[in-house]
Design a protein around this ligand. Sequence first.
Ligand code: FAD
Length: 472
Amino acid sequence: MQDDFLARLAAIVGANQVLTGADAAPFAVSARRVRGDCLAVVRPGTTQEVADVVRLAASCAVPVVPQGGNTGLSDGAVPRGPGVLVLSLSRLNAVLDVDPLNFTMTVQAGVVLAAAQQAASAHGLLLPISLGAEGSCQIGGNLATNAGGKSVLKHGMARACVLGLEVVLPDGTVWNGLKQLRKDNAGYDLKQLFVGAEGTLGTITAAVLALQPAPRTTVTAFVAVPGPAQAIRLLARLRRDSGDCVSAFELMNRYALQVPLAHMPGASRPFDALPAWAVLVELSSCRRDDPLAALLEDALAAAMDAQEVVDAVVAQSQAQALAFWKLRDEGTAFYWKEGGMLLHDPSVPIRSIPDFVERVAQGVEQAASGARVSAFGHIGDGNIHIIVSQPEGADKRAFLALAPAIQQVVYGTAVALGGSFSAEHGIGQLKTAHLARYGDPVALQLMRRLRAALDPRGTMNPRTLFDLQAET
Ligand SMILES: Cc1cc2nc3c(=O)[nH]c(=O)nc-3n(C[C@H](O)[C@H](O)[C@H](O)COP(=O)(O)OP(=O)(O)OC[C@H]3O[C@@H](n4cnc5c(N)ncnc54)[C@H](O)[C@@H]3O)c2cc1C
C-alpha cells in the first residue's frame, strides 16, 4: 500500500521529487535537533501539484507536515512517525511580482526570507520581516508561524504585512485569495486564519505582502543600562525624542552577551567590561542624511543625566553595526556549548518586564540553584526570551529533569503578569501541553472547532497545536 502511495505521489511530481530513506532523513530533524521520522518527503513544483499531493494524502489518510526552511523552534515542521509525509515548499521559490506603485510584492511560499528582502530592496522598498534565521526560513513558514523579530516594534508581526494568500486546503481545494488590497471588508478576513496556524488549517502556497519605503539613514548603538526598568524608560524617551524612529530595541543581560563572546568565532566585545544589562538600539529613517546620530547622542546624554544609561557605544561603520547585530542574532546558536538548556519565549506588558525578569531570576534559583539565566529579546514588544542553562559543571540529565519546575516559573510568571507563555515561536509539537494548560478554555474550544471544520480527517500537521494523534 505504501509503495502504491509513493508511486501515485511520483506520478504527480516526478519520481526525483519524492525522497525516501537517507535522502529524506535530513528533513526529519528540527532546528532544535529533535529527530523524527517519515514515510517520504515530497517536493511539488506548482500550486496544482501541492493540491494534488494534499488531495491524495487526505484520501489515503496519510498525515501531512508542511515544511519551509525548517528553522522553527517549536518543532512544528518535524514529521513524527513512519507514515508521515513531509510536504516541502522549497521548489515554490519564485518572486512573482514587485509593484513599487502599490507597495506590494507577490511571492511563492518557498521564497527564502532574505531573497524576498533583497527583491524588495532592489526597488528601494523594505519587506518589514527580519529575523536571525532569514537566510534559510521561508515566507510560507514565516506566515504560518506569524513570525516576529526585530522589526515588530515598528511594523508589527508578519501578519501585519499580509494582504493576500493562496492556500491549499486540507481536502486539496485551492483558495486563491491573492488580493493586493489594503481595504477589503467583504466578510471574514480569511487570510488571517491561516497566519499563525502552523500548517494545521492548510498549506500556504503564495502571498501578497505589503512593503514600506526602505530606510536610508540608520544608526545603531550598544547602550549599557542599570537594569530593565531603565531600559524601558530609555525606549519611551527615544520613541518620543526621535519621532518614533526606533526600529529595534533589544535587551541583553550579561550572560546573554557572555555566551556569544565565549563561543562565536570573530565575536567582538562592545564594551571593555561587560555591563549587567545592555540594549542594542537601532534608529532608522527614510530620509537621506537624517541627523539621527546627533539626535541619538543628545537623547543618550539626557538619559545619562537621568541615570537611565551607564555607557554607550555608537557604531561608527556598517561593519561595526553588523558586528553588534551578530552578537544578538546568532548568539542563541551557541548555548548548547554551555550544557543543558531550556528556551522560553514569553511576553508580558512592557511595563511588567522588570518585575517579570526579577521574579524569574528568583524562581529559577529556587528551582535549580546555580542555573544561569539569559534574558534577552525584543523588549519593545514585551517579548523577552529566557534561556536557562545548567549550572556550570552540573549533570545535564539531572538539570533537564528540572524542566517542568523551571517552565512553571517562567510561563506561570508571564501568565500571572497578563502575558503570554508563547509570544513568537508558536506552539508546534513542543508546547501542546502548555497550550492546554495556559490557554483560555473558550479560545481552545473555538480553535478545535475551526480545525475540525477545515480538516475533519485531521491529516494536516496532526501533532501540532493539539496532538490529534495522542487524543485518538
Ligand atoms: C537563529 C534563529 C533565530 C530565530 N529568530 C526568530 C525571531 O526573531 N522571531 C521569530 O518569530 N522566529 C524566530 N526563529 C524561528 C523561525 O525562524 C521562525 O519561526 C520562522 O518563521 C520559521 O520559518 P520556516 O520557513 O523555517 O518554517 P518551518 O520551520 O519549516 O515551519 C514552521 C511551521 O510552519 C509550518 N509551515 C511551514 N511552511 C508552511 C506553509 N507554506 N504553509 C503552511 N504551513 C507551513 C510548519 O508545518 C511548521 O508548523 C528563529 C530561528 C532561528 C534558528
